[in-house]
Structures are given as structure tokens and as C-alpha cells.
Ligand binder design. Structure first.
Ligand SMILES: [Zn+2]
Length: 279
């Protein structure tokens, strides 16, 4: 695996020249009048460019959005893969009265500080039938642990794999014909994630930052179904999610069909639970 740093910072001519000398493309964008400009560029780690840039960055304020680039053999060799939407088809829509979150989830046990402790009661509402184009699955902004699919894809791939689905409603509450929500109800434990954690001072729930460097943690145990959600909670601030993991056989089928709208990244190898953890 390698890592991509997407770096943005205040415009700095000497830095731009140094990057140009390294053949790194820099995008410069002006800020409102009087505000100067910002610049952004991508650098792959490890590389000579990264070694050179890293030292200069130690002395300047910058934002580094890190992502991991997996090798094909890492993806093909994984027993379980984490699913991330790469098409975020809008936002959940509010019903006429009330908040979208309260209309979908039972939030009575939800912690207001960290967002932990909800479960789905009712269908999502979205703005209307999806404009699929060549894509066949999507996620919604704010909802990073649910996946919505074309009904034909559900019948071809997910129903034979034993999965059920839930209806999706329009803004006015009418059931949509051309989209379903995959019902991912099985929960699994994982090993400890490598990302930073915080413990909620209100409810004691431990939440991890989304993993951007390396793999999501391996599953502990042997799930029954081919798609599961982790009990391990990820997110920052009041946002919380239980990522979706897909077993290799189903992931291979989605990759073989070149299904667009979501990407699958390898997770660390699973392990069987220790005797004391079995229940
Ligand atoms: Zn909490």
C-alpha cells in the first residue's frame, strides 16, 4: 500500500517553485479580495517528492487529507473488505414535520454528545428516484453506514446472497420504485482500530477516527452473512457510523460486475475470538 497526501495551504511562492522543480502539480486558487490565495497538491508516500516536501511542511500551517492506495493483490487477498460509497447521492430529506434523523431512527437511547446508540425504525426519504446513469449503488451524505442499490442489482446479487432490503420513500412519503436500501443487520466485533480514539464523557462510548492510514481492523469471529456492520464505532464529533464489511465472495462478484457507486478496500485479516470472548 501507498498513501496519498492531499495538501492545502496558504499560497507560498518558494514552496510552489520547489514543488514545480519536483514535477508536482500545484493548483492555486485566489481567496476573496485581500485574502491572498491558497494552493493544493497531491504527493504520494513513499517517494522522493514526499521526502522533500515533508521537511518543508514542518514549518508551515497546512491541511493534509490522507488516504491509502491499496495494491490489487491486497484487495484480492482480503477475506473481508470495507465498503465506502463514492457516489453520495444527496442528503436524507426531512418529512413534513420534524427532523430527518428522528424520522428514520429510534433515538431514545442516543447520546447527544457522541451520537452513539440509535437503530433504524422507518425508511429513509430521499429527494426522488435516483438518476443512476452507469452507477448501481450509492450512499447518502451524513449516512456513511447504509447503502442504497438499484432493485435489479439487489435481485441479481444481494437477494441470492440471502440479504433483504427496505423500501425508500420520496420526500412526500411515497415508496420509490427504482431504489431499495440494503438491510445490513448483522453486527460483528473487530480488533482494535489503528486510528485515534476518544471516549465520550457523557456515555463512555469509545469512538475511533475513520481509518485513513492503512486498513480497517479485522473482524473477530465468523459472521453468518456476507455483509455485516461493525459494532466498533467510527466518526468524529457528533457523527457516528458502523462501517459495512463485505465478504470476499460477494466483493469479488461486485468487482467482476464492475459495479459503480462504491469502492471496496481490504480490511486486516479476521481472527477467531478468544475463548473468554465467546458468547
Ligand atoms: Zn456519548
Amino acid at each position: 500500500m501507498r498513501f496519498k497526501h492531499h495538501i492545502s495551504m496558504r499560497f507560498d511562492a518558494s514552496m510552489r517553485d520547489a514543488l514545480a522543480a519536483l514535477d508536482v502539480d500545484v493548483v492555486v486558487a485566489p481567496l476573496p479580495p485581500g485574502g491572498g490565495a491558497i494552493m493544493a497538491f497531491d504527493v504520494i508516500e513513499p517517494s522522493n517528492e514526499w521526502r522533500a516536501v515533508r521537511r518543508s511542511l514542518e514549518h508551515v500551517d497546512h491541511l493534509d487529507m490522507l488516504s491509502t492506495m491499496f495494491e490489487p493483490e491486497e484487495i484480492e487477498g482480503a477475506e473481508w473488505l470495507v465498503l465506502h460509497g463514492d457516489w453520495h447521492n444527496g442528503y436524507p430529506v426531512e418529512p413534513k414535520r420534524g427532523d430527518w434523523f428522528d424520522s428514520v431512527y429510534d433515538t431514545r437511547a442516543r447520546c447527544p454528545a457522541c451520537g452513539a446508540g440509535w437503530f433504524q425504525l422507518a425508511p429513509f426519504r430521499i429527494r426522488g428516484e435516483p438518476k443512476w446513469g452507469r452507477r448501481r449503488m450509492f450512499q447518502l451524505n451524513w449516512v456513511f453506514d447504509e447503502i442504497f442499490v438499484e432493485p435489479a442489482l439487489w435481485r441479481e446479487v444481494f437477494e441470492p446472497a440471502g440479504l433483504t432490503c427496505r423500501p425508500v420513500l420520496s420526500a412526500r412519503g411515497v415508496q420509490l420504485q427504482n431504489v431499495v436500501q440494503l438491510a445490513v443487520d448483522e453486527r460483528v466485533d473487530t480488533r482494535e482500530p489503528s486510528s485515534r480514539s476518544e471516549t465520550c464523557t457523557d456515555c463512555g462510548t469509545i469512538k475511533y477516527e475513520p481509518v485513513t492510514r492503512g486498513m480497517y481492523p479485522g473482524i473477530v469471529g465468523v459472521p453468518k452473512g456476507p455483509i455485516v456492520k461493525t459494532r466498533t464505532l467510527f466518526g468524529s464529533g457528533a457523527e457516528a457510523r458502523n462501517p459495512i464489511y463485505v465478504r470476499k465472495d460477494l466483493a469479488d462478484e461486485l468487482r467482476a460486475r464492475r459495479i459503480r457507486g462504491a469502492v471496496l478496500e481490504p480490511t486486516e485479516p479476521p481472527r477467531l475470538p478468544a475463548r473468554s470472548e465467546r458468547h
